[in-house]
Structures are given as C-alpha cells and as structure tokens.
Design a binder for this molecule. Structure first.
Ligand code: 6PG
Length: 471
C-alpha cells in the first residue's frame, strides 16, 4: 500500500492525462495516475524513470496515495464518464478534498456537479485546459473556475505546469471566477478557435482560387504572415501544414484531406449560449455552420453539378497585392472575432454571476492555448487601460487597426463574391463591424411590422412611452 504522500492525482491516462501528469512531475510534485486500463497505468510507471510517479488501476489505492487535501484532476471524455468517475471516487474522498475536471465539459454540467459535490463538503473545479497534447506536456493555458479560497490549494501546481509568457515568466493560469466560469471561458476560447480556424481556411481558399497560389507559395505566405501582425499559433501550424508532403502519393498532404470537418460541440455551445443570453457572435456562428455545410459532402457535390457558378468576374489579381490584402483582411477578421468572444464573456459574467476578470483572461491566453497570438497582448493592454470597454472594437488599440484594415476586407470580399468563393466567416466579421458601428439600423421597420401584425407595440425616438398604432 502506498503512503499518502503524493501531491497530485490524475484520472485518465490517455495522451492528455499522461502528458499533464508528467509535466506535474517535471516540476517537483509527486504524482499518482489512475486508469482502469492496466496497460496505460503500467506505461506511466515505466515512463516515470526515477521520478515520484505511481500508476494504478485501483481507485482505492489511488485515493489513499494522495496527501490531504487531495487534489484529483480528471482528464476523461466529457459527458457521462465524468459523472461515473466522480461517483467512483466518492466512497474514498473526504471533506475538503478537491476534484478538477480538466476536460471540455459543458458548463451547465459543471454547475450541477459543483453543487452536488459542495453538499458533500468537496470542492469541484471546472478547468479548461488548452494546448493539445504538446501543451499538456510542456505548458498549457489553464482556465480554472470554482471556489476562490480553495483555488489557493491548487495554485502552486497549476502555476508551475502552465505555459509562461514574457520576461517575467507570467503563468498562463488564473482563477477565472465562480461556479462554472472556467468551463465557460474555455467554451468561448473554443468558439473563437472555431472562428479563427474557419477564417484561415477561407483565406487559404481566397489565396488559392483567386490568387492562384500553389501549396509551396501558401507555405511561404503563412510563414511570412507569422512574422508580422498575424503572428499566432494557428497561422504557424497552418504554415507547417502547407509544408507537409503526402506519404501515400507524390502530392501535398493538404490536397489529399477530405473537406469534412468534425466537431465535438464546444463551438456550437458558444453559439447556443450566446443566443440564449442575446449576445451576437456571428463569426462563431458562421464557423459552426460551415462545419455543418462541410459535412454535406455528397449534397455539395450534387449541387456543384447543377449550380456550378457562372462567375461574373474572372479578373486576374495582382498576386503580391492580393496576398497583402488577404493578410490585412484576415487581421481585421481576427480582431473582430476576438471582440465577439470577449463581448460574450463580459455579458455572460453578469448573466451567470461569474465575476470574470477580462484582463486576466487576455493575459492567460497569451501562451499555451490554441488561440494564442500577438493580438492577445494588445487585448490585455486594451483591458488594462480601458477596463470598462463594452466591445474591444471601440478600444483605442483595436479601433485603430480595424480602421486601417477594413478597406482591404472590403476589396477582398468584393472579389471573392464576384468569383463565387464561399466566405461565410469573412463576410460575417465585416457585417458585424458594419452593424455595430451603425448608429441607426433599419430595425425600426421590424418594430413597425411587429406592431402591425401582432400589436407588439414600439417605442419612439422623440418621446418616452410605449406606443401602438391601428395601421
Ligand atoms: C484546445 C482545443 C481542444 C480540442 C478542441 C477540438 O484548446 O486545446 O480546443 O480542447 O482540440 O476542443 O474541438 P473540435 O473537435 O470540436 O474541433
């Protein structure tokens, strides 16, 4: 029987769990891992190589090996598995112990679990962990939410394992807020991730179809973009994707990949909750819709034969100029997408009583996570100088860049539309920008129509009160 001396426990020794645990051990903490699959538990012990790591398949042995208050992290698939793992722990845990769910759980589930466990004297943290397998191993961005005082117990280990940014090695983790705040922030992170990924895909299409770039040229362009205003993890990996040859043919791998994108739900949940609380995030909605449209491969191929676009423009563009315009348009779109995600977070903070610190979110997204980008430092500064800003688009930092790039966005859309290139995310960003900055929208007509057919009433610009007209 192991002694109760292990600092940290991990349940689920798949790629993420194993890597995260090894990262914990690298930082001087002793770590126990539990997996019902004996092969995974043994593999962990073998990898320990002299470090204080134990692997087991026994829940009892695992819990008893941990020093109190026990810190148990779960990296298991979101959904019912989380509930059943929690149930399996309950006979062994004691008051004051902490459970951290590091998966992509839906925030209402986290809310429910936190209440259930609080009644039993246990602390439950929903913690978003971003950065994939490599992040888990070398430093992810971590978004924990839950009891603020109990967070102090977790803080040393989470700060040690997280990514570090800047000359002062600032950790990419912070207490996000109350309740399910951590999983909510991670959900919106993923919504922004969906938006950026779709925007990059559209930029690729525009460069390829309108600009005529081949794969090696695409590699060069993305590589170059990654050295300027667009510098980000997603641009960097896309540059690398365009450098990958195919093992099975003599072409480029990207050309061989089926154009149907899968999804696990976090992007959709962002759109759903944004609708529920009435905050528009059209670029995220567009990205989710595009995954849906991509899945209709057979229908699209059939429609391609019937509706194959007769282009109204087959103008050739100047390639160098086109690359520059698309790059600026993408920069514009990234800024708008971040602004939408942050506007959602800032409203959700009030709606769900999370008490989010917007600057802290920008700070911990600067490293380790999938949406890390130079823009995040710009965002952090915007929140530090204008903490009450309602929408980042009107912050000094963002508005200047948006005004400088909107012209390029308009030119790119003009040409893309003329040539029939689908740009749901690109166009959504510009439409959101244009709508947001329009002081008087035509929705007065919608109000009039509502009153006309349903006596729903309307308000007036020139006087107070509720009005109805017999039209
Ligand atoms: C991250 C990622 C990660 C996962 C996505 C994939 O931050 O590390 O977001 O959590 O790769 O959730 O999501 P889809 O399968 O829905 O694209």
């Amino acid at each position: 029987m192991s002694q109760a001396t292990f600092d940290f426990g991990m349940i689920g020794l798949g790629v993420m769990g194993r890597n995260f645990l090894l990262n914990v051990a690298d930082h001087g903490f002793s770590a126990a891992g539990l997996d019902l699959d004996a092969e995974k538990a043994n593999a962990l012990e073998q990898e320990a190589a002299g470090r204080p790591i134990m692997g087991t398949t026994s829940t009892e042995a695992f819990v008893q090996a941990l020093s109190r208050p026990r810190k148990v992290m779960l990296l298991v698939p979101a959904g019912k598995v989380v509930d059943s793992v929690i149930e399996s722990l309950l006979p062994y845990l004691e008051e004051g112990d902490l459970i951290v769910d590091g998966g992509n759980s839906h925030f209402p589930d986290t809310e429910r679990r936190a209440k259930y466990l609080a009644d039993k004297g246990l602390y439950f943290f929903g913690a978003g962990v971003s950065g994939g397998a490599e992040g888990a191993r070398k430093g992810p961005s971590i978004m924990p939410g839950g009891d603020k005082e109990a967070y102090e117990i977790l803080r040393p280990v989470l700060e040690a394992v997280s990514a570090k940014v800047g000359p002062n090695e600032e950790p990419c983790v912070a207490h996000m807020g109350r309740g399910a705040a951590g999983h909510y922030v991670k959900m919106v992170h993923n919504g922004i991730e969906y938006g950026m990924m779709q925007l990059i895909a559209e930029a690729y299409d525009l460069l390829k179809r309108v600009g005529g770039l081949d794969v090696p040229q695409l590699h060069q362009v993305f590589d170059q973009w990654n050295q300027g205003a667009l510098r980000s993890f997603l641009i960097e990996i896309t540059a690398e994707i365009f450098a990958q040859r195919d093992d099975l043919t003599d072409g480029w791998l990207v050309d061989a990949i089926l154009d149907k994108a899968k999804q696990k739900g976090t992007g959709k949940w962002s759109s759903q909750n944004a609708m529920d609380i009435g905050i528009p995030v059209p670029t995220i909605d567009a990205a989710v819709s595009m995954r849906g449209i991509s899945a209709l491969k057979q229908e699209r191929e059939a429609a391609d034969k019937i509706l194959n676009p007769t282009l109204t423009s087959d103008a050739t563009v100047d390639q160098a100029e086109w690359i520059e315009q698309v790059g600026k348009a993408l920069h514009f779109a990234f800024l708008v997408t971040y602004a939408q995600g942050m506007a959602l977070l800032s409203d959700a903070s009030v709606e769900h009583d999370y008490d989010l610190d917007m600057e802290a979110i920008a700070r911990i997204w600067r490293g380790g996570c999938i949406i890390r980008a130079d823009i995040l430092e710009q965002m952090r500064q915007a929140y530090s100088t204008q903490p009450e800003v309602k929408n980042l688009m009107i912050s000094e930092a963002f508005s200047k860049d948006l005004l400088a790039t909107q012209g390029a966005m308009r030119s790119v859309l003009r040409e893309g539309i003329a040539q029939g290139v689908p740009m749901l995310a690109f166009s959504s960003t510009l439409q959101y920008f244009d709508a947001y900055r329009t002081g008087r929208l035509p929705l007065n007509v919608v109000q009039a129509q509502r009153d006309y057919f349903g006596s729903h009433t309307y308000e007036r610009l020139d006087r107070e009160g509720i009005f109805h007209t017999e039209w």
